[in-house]
Ligand binder design. Structure first.
Ligand code: GDP
Length: 477
């Protein structure tokens, strides 16, 4: 209709032309750009695409090989809880405090750089665990070159160990195994190596290619050898980036500091970030006002694989969000305005989709897991109603099926709720009572196929959950 109007032609004629080429259209049909070009051409008009295109500003194409210089590897430490990730990150940091700065007063900025005796550099993301890794990955960021998989020598391959292996494989990131706590009497590194063969992590002495380090994070044993292995692995990977261009990278973490405003830790991945540069990340932009390195010292510039903490952004971007610098502030504004508008639109569409989860989908999901317990995360607008709904849910079911409320509380449905639902071993639905998911939560739910049901009448909420339970008893085919 609009297109016809702009060309001064009856909508019916445009519809006819479209029909001739096999497309049924009414005045309300949305045409994509390519179709609009073709049909307008039939009437002697040209269509110009004025849609915003971020790739005009955010150049993700590869640099010419001759511009590339080696860069430090970026390392993430993963592993099962209590196997010693945090201790190992501390041990590595302490083993490398430069120039008499011992005492652990270095400021925590979410990542740190290590220089080994032989001059190799490596950057560690200082948030152990899988959440950070997956969060960065979810937004498409590849922020890790090497995963150090920590396994306690007195324990074994545990669920999160397997998860870490899977995450690393999915991301195509090589694994170095650090068998930790070898100081313990009960330590049995051989058993760990044996167990890992099942996951195709085979040490060189057994004919494999996986690097293994035996360490004690607590006593600092083997840490230097582990760093050597990381340097070796990095050499194999031939990591390179072009330092001589506008900076690009990824947000490691960001928060609001009462005194300083938004503070973001960024990992520069290529180019060089300088004080005064204009950076864009998601919906926010700003001029880099202050820039600190991982030692808490003011720094003027940061090249590839360097983490820095900056202030000056107009808001708090999400971890995992890419950032890039642009020369012109007007461009920065234009980009962020467009990103905001686009995200609002997507969020609205996703919210509409996420809240119309079909019962069949949910019961199928649970049946696939062969679990007859429906995990529920319950959020509501007031404590009283949340408790009432929860109590009602818990009364549902029978010997075979029941509701398991794994989290409940007052407030909107957040990304954190969705993450929990997504990581629940069997199916999990989120029920919002008089509350809805925020845009981020809706997006993550969509990506992870997490069902969100929203209700404003207690009876309806109970009824729907009851129906899901019933469907578990008599499977829908
Ligand atoms: P995380 O949950 O993987 O981050 O593990 P932590 O670093 O918090 O360590 C869990 C527990 O194991 C703590 O009590 C540490 O003191 C202990 N631990 C860590 N590394 C070692 C080690 O090399 N030897 C011994 N004996 N204990 C360790």
């Amino acid at each position: 209709g609009d297109l016809a109007h702009q060309m001064g032609i009856k909508a019916g004629e445009v519809a006819m032309k479209l029909l001739e080429s096999g497309m049924m259209a009414t005045v309300n049909t949305m045409l994509d750009y390519e179709t609009a070009v073709l049909v307008a051409d039939e009437f002697g008009y040209t269509v110009e695409n004025v849609a915003f295109d971020i790739s005009n500003f955010y150049d993700t194409s590869e640099d010419a090989p001759e511009l590339l210089k080696s860069r430090a590897p970026v390392v993430t430490v993963m592993g099962h809880v209590d196997h010693g990730k945090t201790s190992l990150l501390d041990a590595i940091r302490n083993a490398n405090v430069i120039g008499g700065e011992a005492g652990g007063i270095t400021q925590h900025i979410g990542a740190y750089k290590v220089r080994t005796g032989d001059g190799s550099e490596m950057t560690f993301l200082d948030t152990p665990g899988h959440e950070a890794f997956t969060q960065l990955r979810q937004r498409g960021a590849k922020a890790t070159d090497i995963v150090v998989l920590v396994i306690a020598a007195d324990d074994g391959v545990m669920p999160q160990t397997v998860e870490a292996i899977n995450h690393s494989r999915d991301a195509g990131v090589p694994i170095i195994v650090a068998i930790n706590k070898v100081d313990k009497d009960t330590a049995n590194p051989g058993r760990i190596k044996q167990a890992l063969t099942e996951y195709s992590l085979i040490p060189e002495e057994w004919g494999g290619t996986t690097l293994f380090a035996e360490v004690s994070a607590k006593q600092g044993i083997g840490v230097a050898e582990l760093l050597e292995m990381i340097a070796l692995q990095a050499e194999i990977e031939e990591l390179k980036a072009n330092p001589d261009r506008d900076a690009q990278g990824v947000i490691i973490e960001a928060e609001l500091d009462v005194g300083r405003g938004p503070v973001a830790t960024m990992l520069v991945q290529r180019g060089t970030l300088r004080q005064g540069d204009i950076v864009v990340s998601g919906q926010y932009y700003g001029r880099v006002r202050t820039m600190y390195d991982d030692q808490g010292k003011t720094t003027k510039e940061a090249g590839p694989s360097t983490p820095v903490e900056i202030t000056g952004l107009g808001g708090i971007p999400e971890a995992g969000e890419p950032f890039f610098s642009v020369p012109d502030e007007k461009d920065a504004k234009r980009i962020t305005d467009n990103v905001s508008a686009q995200r609002r639109k997507e969020a609205m569409a996703q919210r509409a989709r996420a809240t119309t989860g079909s019962l069949e989908d949910i019961s199928k999901m649970i049946e696939e897991g062969e679990v007859k317990e429906l995990n529920v995360i319950l959020k509501g607008d007031v404590q009283g109603s949340v408790e009432a709904v929860r109590d009602a849910f818990l009364k549902l079911g029978n010997k075979e099926v029941r509701v398991n409320v794994i989290r409940f509380g007052v407030g909107g449905i957040t990304e954190n709720d969705v993450q929990l639902a997504a990581s629940a071993e069997s199916g999990c639905v989120i029920v919002g009572f008089n509350v809805r998911p925020d845009s981020r939560a809706a997006a993550v739910a969509e990506a992870n196929h997490v069902k969100i049901l929203t209700h404003s009448i207690i009876y309806d909420a109970i009824n729907q959950i009851n129906k899901i339970l019933e469907s578990l008893l008599s499977p829908i085919i």
